[in-house]
Design a protein around this ligand. Structure first.
Ligand SMILES: Nc1ncnc2c1ncn2[C@@H]1O[C@H](COP(=O)(O)OP(=O)(O)OP(=O)(O)O)[C@@H](O)[C@H]1O
Length: 297
C-alpha cells in the first residue's frame, strides 16, 4: 500500500543551527509510528513541518500526495497538540458540531462523544473539563475528520493510567480505519506496547527507524536470565552457572538473543538445584538509551 506520509531528505535550519538533517520517514495507512527523541531533538519541528506551519530548507514532504499546508493536505491531516485548547465557553457538543460544520464532515456528535467517554459531559462547558477530558475531546475531533494522517504530540501526557489506556484504544481505532498515525512521545513503556514501529531522532538526525524486534536485533542488546536456586543451594548454583549474584537466592546471566536457547538448555541440565528461571528481553527503554546516546558513533 502507498504511504500516507512520505518525508524525504528533509533539512531545516533555525538561524545557523541545523535542527533537522536529511530526515527520511514514511508512515503507511493504518500504521502507528512512535517518534522518540530527547528534548530539543526535533520532533515538534518535524510535526510543524508536516503541518506546513514552518518552512523546510531542502527535501520534500507529501501527505497523501499533497504538499504541507495545501488545502488537500489540511483536509487529510489532523493534529492533536500536547495541551489541546478549546473555547472554554462552548460545550463539547457545540465544539464538535462547529468543527463538523467547518470541515463539512457529517457526524453523529453525541455518538462520537460517547465513544471517547464524554457522554455525561456533552452539554457541559469545556472550561469545566479536566485535562484528560480535553484530550478526549481533541481525539473526538481527530476521529471526526477521518484524516489520512494523524499527528499526535504527547497525547497522554498528564493523564491517569486508565485514561491513557482509553486514549490508546481510540488511537488503535483510528489506525484500524486506515489513518497513518504518528505519535511523538517520551512515554516509552506505553508506546512500546501500542505502536508498530519506532523512529528515534537525536539532535535532528534520525538514528533508528524499525520495528521493536528489528531494533532489538540491530542493537544486539543482551537478554537477562534470572535463575533462582533451591533453598540453601545458591552457592552451588553460582559456581555452576557463573553470572552475577542478585540476592540471596538468584543469579543473573546476560546473553545474546541467539544464545538464549543454549543457555536455557545448560540451565535445565542442572536439574533440581534450579527452581525458577525468568527471562527479560531488552525493553524499549534500553533500546532508546542505546540509539539516542550522545557518544554513539
Ligand atoms: N521557534 C524556535 N526558534 C528557534 N529555535 C527553535 C524554535 N523551536 C525550536 N527550536 C530549536 O529547534 C531544536 C528542535 O526543537 P523541537 O522543539 O523540535 O524539539 P522536540 O524534539 O520537539 O523537543 P521536546 O521533546 O522538548 O518537545 C531545538 O534546538 C530548539 O531549541
Amino acid at each position: 500500500m502507498d504511504n500516507s506520509l512520505i518525508i524525504k531528505s528533509v533539512n531545516k535550519f533555525r538561524g545557523k543551527a541545523q535542527v533537522l538533517q536529511d530526515i527520511d520517514l514514511t508512515v503507511a495507512p493504518g500504521e502507528r509510528l512512535a517518534l522518540l527523541g530527547h528534548n530539543g531533538a526535533g520532533k515538534s519541528t518535524l510535526i510543524k513541518s508536516i503541518l506546513g506551519l514552518t518552512p523546510i530548507h531542502g527535501g520534500s514532504i507529501s501527505i497523501n500526495g499533497a504538499a504541507p499546508g495545501s488545502a488537500a493536505a489540511r483536509r487529510d491531516t489532523a493534529f492533536l497538540p500536547e495541551a489541546v485548547s478549546f473555547h472554554p465557553a462552548l460545550t463539547g457538543r457545540e465544539q464538535l458540531s462547529l468543527f463538523a460544520n467547518l470541515s463539512g464532515a457529517s457526524a453523529d456528535v453525541p455518538a462520537l462523544l460517547e465513544r471517547v467517554g464524554l457522554a455525561d459531559a456533552l452539554d457541559r462547558r469545556i472550561g469545566t473539563y479536566s485535562k484528560g477530558m480535553r484530550q478526549r475531546l481533541g481525539l473526538a475531533q481527530v476521529l471526526l475528520g477521518r484524516p489520512k494522517v494523524a499527528l499526535l504530540d504527547e497525547p497522554t501526557s498528564g493523564l491517569d493510567p486508565i485514561s491513557r489506556q482509553d486514549l490508546y484504544a481510540i488511537i488503535d481505532e483510528l489506525a484500524e480505519q486506515g489513518t497513518a498515525v504518528l505519535i511523538a512521545s517520551h512515554a516509552l513503556t506505553e508506546v512500546e506496547a501500542r505502536t508498530d514501529r519506532i523512529a528515534i531522532l537525536r539532535k535532528g538526525v534520525k538514528v533508528a527507524d524499525n520495528t521493536l524486534a528489528e531494533l532489538s536485533s540491530e542493537a544486539a542488546l543482551p537478554t537477562r536470565l534470572r535463575i533462582t536456586a533451591r533453598a540453601g543451594e545458591i552457592e552451588k548454583l553460582a559456581q555452576q552457572v557463573g553470572g552475577t549474584r542478585v540476592n540471596g537466592a538468584s543469579v543473573e546471566l546476560r546473553c545474546r538473543a541467539d544464545q538464549k536457547m543454549n543457555e536455557l538448555r545448560r540451565i535445565a541440565a542442572l536439574g533440581d538445584v534450579v527452581v525458577d528461571v525468568s527471562m527479560t528481553p531488552p525493553k524499549l527503554e534500553d533500546l532508546y538509551r542505546h540509539f539516542a546516546k550522545e557518544n554513539r558513533p
